[in-house]
Structures are given as structure tokens and as C-alpha cells.
Design a protein around this ligand. Structure first.
Ligand code: MZP
Length: 501
């Protein structure tokens, strides 16, 4: 006879946190959101920890190199999507690792024989007023001079004037060199009262520009997540089919952590994938696995050697797995059970395996609930897809700006490797939809606000860290009627925009 669970499974919106005592020390600025990304032994430090408990989903419409840089700046990690060729995924990883914080590859470059009129066209098109003059007009050509808005006077000069006549020539430029750190470059900028500094290699070829204004931005990212060589930390999704080719390419490109991307992780396919990685790289290569929704699934992946375990089936905003296949579990119930299994495993083995609540976060407070229920971090798709930095098009639909967001199981993504159970090697039916989400601005402003809300709720619970929240949190299920009571009610709301999250 089939097994029946005694209780229905619940989701985040059915729970609330009951506040605890907050001392005067419980202020948001004192709260740390630092959290482990990969497993560690009792008493030791994890090889990778994050400064905020957020990772971006392994999806075409969410995590590319641009998203990865923006999120690492705020202290989280992106997992670059695997439903693309090995070469292009590895190239995205490499771009994140080669991105030097504060060092910008110039995208407005000119040659000495161009005319002032062409320079003005370029300024109008790009909005950039700093233009390196290189021999071949490329971003890495031999640097011959610089043009900024201070070098020309449109009202007094003929549009035919050549760049070579008004540029600041190379011998008058202050330049930085390849080996200079950002701080060396900023010293030069201050010393010589510059607005920007070109960085060149030993053959006088342009590498980057460092801008005075970026110094301030860099200082504004106290949580940025860097490796020991001060490069941004980045993750990458893999599948259980082409790992023997994909994993070496991603590791070579510099990926710090991998994650098996699958709709259902309690499978022999995951065991084989992790075993292959362990046989080839030992514990050096970090790999997360999932998704699971119960104790057995967790134990299985823990014993396979996963470095972190993702929880969640069918709760994603674009996911229709529950409708098409009738499998899944309420996300809150899944997280609660897996967190218990994680703690039990820790007691027995002394190994702490972080768990990630993946999918179904609608409101910012859902993140706090997931953490309170035992998640170490959350994976978000819809949330990040709304931002300027997501890889998709920003469109105007019915008078509002939206971004496109589609599931990996949709016909648009056709990520069959995520769903295949062996054999078919194609997406036989859709498990995800293609959609729009409201455009929400930049990642930085949104993530900062979300984290502030999390910290402030943690203060209400008297917790200054995520482990403390997990110990102290008191959660209650709420009745359907009290959910209505929780929103604005019996009033005519003037501005609904503040209720979006
Ligand atoms: P959400 O943050 O949009 O609610 O959910 C994102 C998560 O949904 C992803 O991390 C992934 O686990 C899952 N996902 C991605 N594509 C599909 C699909 O097409 C899906 N069904 O369920």
C-alpha cells in the first residue's frame, strides 16, 4: 500500500515568525548574513562562504557573467547556466574570473585619423566621453593618446579636425601598468588629479581604464565576494550527461563551485556524476546536488559526497512540474524536513552540509522564513530576472517595463538534460513556462533593500546571525483568515507599489 503523509505540505506564505526579545544591540547594522556555501567539518571553516545568503538560479534568463559580477559585488554567488555549449559557458566563467574590479575594458575607442565629427557621433551613441586613441581603434590596440571632452571645443573647431591634432598624446599621459593593483592606480589618480587612468602592458597596448568615480563604487561594496587572488567568486551549473567534458572546461575556466542542475536529484545519475568528480579531482572541486524534498533524498546525496544540497521541487514561479507530473512538495515543509536531516547528519558525522532552498520565493520575508527553517541560503530565479543585469530583453508591455523570464523546462530553453531520466535525450513535454516579470531596476538597490529587511526581521527575533536565527526562531502556521488580516485591509490603498515585495 502507498505511504500517506499525516500532514499536508505547506509553503512559506502559510507561516509567520513570532518575534522574540530584542536587546538594544539588535540593530540591522550589527547583523551578519554570512553563511557557508560548501560543507565543512565541525570546528573548521568552509572553503567557500558567502556574505549574503543568496545565489542566482542556474537559468538562461537569469545567470550569465554580467549577473555573476553584479551579485558577487554584493556578496552572493551566481551559478552560470549550463544549458548552452560547454565553450560558451566556460567563456562566461572566464569573463567573471578575468573581470578586475574597478578595471574596465574600454568600449569607446578611436583612431588618430578619425575626425572630430565622428568622435561626436560616438559620444552621442555611447554616452562615454573618455576615448582611448589606439593604433587600430580596438580596446587592446597600441595606445597613442586619449580624448576626453576637455580636448575639443565644438564651437571653435572644424568637424573635419583629425583626432591626432587634438588628442592628448601618449608621451603626455600618466599611465598605469599591468601589475598595478587598484589601490596603486587610485594613488596615481589622486596624485595627478586625473579622472581616468589607462592601464597598458609592456608593449604599450591598452588593457583597461580605471575611473576615479569607480573608486567610490568599489568602496561601497564592503560585502563583495572574492577569491584569494581577489577575483570574483562564480559558480556554474552542470548536468548528469556531459560532465566528463563540461566539468574540466569549467574548472579550467576558473569556476569556484559547480552545481548539478536537475529537477529531481534523488537519482543514480547524480551519484555517478559526483563519483566521477571525486575520482578525478578528490575534494578539491566543490559540487552541489539536488533537488530533493525529504530526508531520504538528503541522506542519499550527502552519502554521494555533495558539497551542498538543494531543496525544492515544483515551487518555482515558472514551474509547472506539479501540474504536469503531479510530483513535488510544499517548499516550507521540504526545507523543514531536510534541515532536520542535515542537523542529524551533522550530529552523526561532524560534517555540516549547507542546504539551499530553491524556488518559490515571492516576498522578501520568504527568504527570512527559509533561513529560520534551517536553509543556509536561497536560490532565486524570478527575483534576479527582474533586474537590469539579467541576460534578457527589457521590453515595454502595456505601458510597463518588463523583462523576459522563462523556465529551463520550457520549450524556449529546451534544457532536456535537466529533466531526462535516461533514454529520450529530448524534452518530451514542457515543465516550465515562458513569461514576463516587472522590471525592477538594478541588482544592487534591490539586494541591499532585501538584505536590510532580512536583518531587520532577524533583529525582531533577537538574532544577529543566521545560525542564531535558526536557534531562536519561533514559527507559527497561520489560518487562511489571518493571512487576509496580514495585508492592508478595509482601507482603500493609495499606492500599491510598495507592496510588491
Ligand atoms: P523562482 O525563484 O523563479 O521561483 O524559481 C527558480 C527555480 O525554479 C530554479 O532555481 C529552478 O530550480 C526551478 N526551475 C527552473 N526552470 C524550471 C522549469 O522550467 C524550474 N520548470 O522549475
Amino acid at each position: 500500500m502507498a505511504f500517506y503523509y499525516d500532514q499536508p505540505s505547506h509553503t512559506f506564505s502559510e507561516y509567520l515568525l513570532v518575534p522574540g526579545y530584542s536587546s538594544s544591540e539588535c540593530i540591522p547594522s550589527a547583523v551578519s548574513l554570512r553563511t557557508p556555501l560548501v560543507k565543512y567539518k565541525k570546528g573548521e571553516e568552509p572553503a567557500i562562504a558567502m556574505n549574503i545568503p543568496m545565489v542566482s538560479a542556474i537559468m538562461q534568463s537569469v545567470s550569465d557573467d554580467k549577473m555573476a559580477v553584479a551579485l558577487a559585488k554584493e556578496g552572493g554567488v551566481s551559478f552560470i547556466y549550463g544549458s548552452q555549449s560547454i565553450e560558451s559557458q566556460a567563456a562566461m566563467v572566464a569573463r567573471v574570473k578575468n573581470h578586475k574590479a574597478g578595471f574596465v575594458v574600454s568600449d569607446s575607442n578611436i583612431t588618430p585619423d578619425m575626425k572630430l565629427s565622428q568622435v561626436l557621433e560616438l559620444v552621442a551613441r555611447t554616452g562615454h566621453s573618455t576615448m582611448p586613441v589606439t593604433e587600430d581603434g580596438t580596446a587592446n590596440g597600441r595606445l597613442l593618446g586619449m580624448v576626453t571632452s576637455r580636448d575639443y571645443r565644438v564651437s571653435r573647431m572644424s568637424p573635419e579636425t583629425l583626432v591626432s591634432e587634438f588628442m592628448t598624446p601618449f608621451d603626455k599621459l600618466i599611465v598605469g601598468h599591468e601589475q598595478d593593483t587598484l589601490s596603486d592606480c587610485n594613488d596615481l589618480i589622486w596624485e595627478h588629479k586625473l579622472n581616468q587612468l589607462p592601464i597598458i602592458d609592456e608593449n604599450q597596448h591598452l588593457l583597461y581604464l580605471v575611473f576615479r568615480k569607480d573608486y567610490a563604487t568599489h568602496k561601497e561594496n564592503p560585502d563583495e565576494l572574492l577569491d584569494s587572488s581577489k577575483r570574483y567568486i562564480v559558480g556554474a551549473g552542470i548536468n548528469t550527461r556531459d560532465y566528463a567534458q563540461r566539468v574540466p572546461a569549467l574548472i579550467e575556466a576558473g569556476a569556484d563551485v559547480l552545481c548539478i542542475d536537475s529537477s529531481e536529484g534523488f537519482s543514480e545519475w547524480q551519484k555517478r556524476t559526483i563519483a566521477w568528480i571525486r575520482a578525478r579531482y578528490g575534494d578539491e572541486v566543490k559540487v552541489g546536488a539536488g533537488n530533493v524534498v525529504d530526508r531520504e533524498g538528503f541522506r542519499f546525496l550527502a552519502e554521494c559526497g555533495a558539497d551542498f544540497i538543494k531543496v525544492g521541487i515544483g515551487g518555482g514561479s515558472i514551474c509547472i512540474t506539479r501540474e504536469t507530473k503531479g510530483i513535488g512538495r510544499g517548499q516550507a515543509t521540504a526545507v523543514i524536513e531536510v534541515a532536520k536531516a542535515r542537523d542529524e547528519y551533522f550530529e552523526q558525522t561532524g560534517i555540516y552540509i549547507p542546504i539551499c532552498s530553491d524556488g518559490g520565493i515571492v516576498y522578501d520575508y520568504h527568504i527570512t522564513l527559509a533561513l529560520a527553517m534551517g536553509a543556509d541560503f536561497v536560490m532565486l530565479g524570478r527575483y534576479f530576472s527582474r533586474f537590469e543585469e539579467s541576460p534578457t530583453a527589457k521590453l515595454m508591455v502595456n505601458g510597463t517595463y518588463v523583462k523576459e523570464y522563462w523556465g529551463e523546462g520550457s520549450n524556449r530553453a529546451r534544457n532536456w538534460q535537466r529533466y531526462d531520466l535516461g533514454g529520450a535525450q529530448k524534452l518530451s513535454f514542457e515543465e516550465g513556462v515562458d513569461s514576463y516579470v516587472p522590471y525592477a531596476g538594478t541588482l544592487k538597490e534591490n539586494v541591499n533593500l532585501t538584505c536590510y529587511k532580512i536583518k531587520s526581521t532577524m533583529c525582531n527575533c533577537g538574532a544577529l546571525s543566521i545560525p542564531e536565527l535558526q536557534q531562536k526562531a519561533r514559527l507559527t502556521l497561520v489560518s487562511a483568515t489571518s493571512i487576509v488580516e496580514g495585508g492592508a485591509h478595509d482601507v482603500i490603498v493609495k499606492d500599491k507599489s510598495s507592496r510588491n515585495n
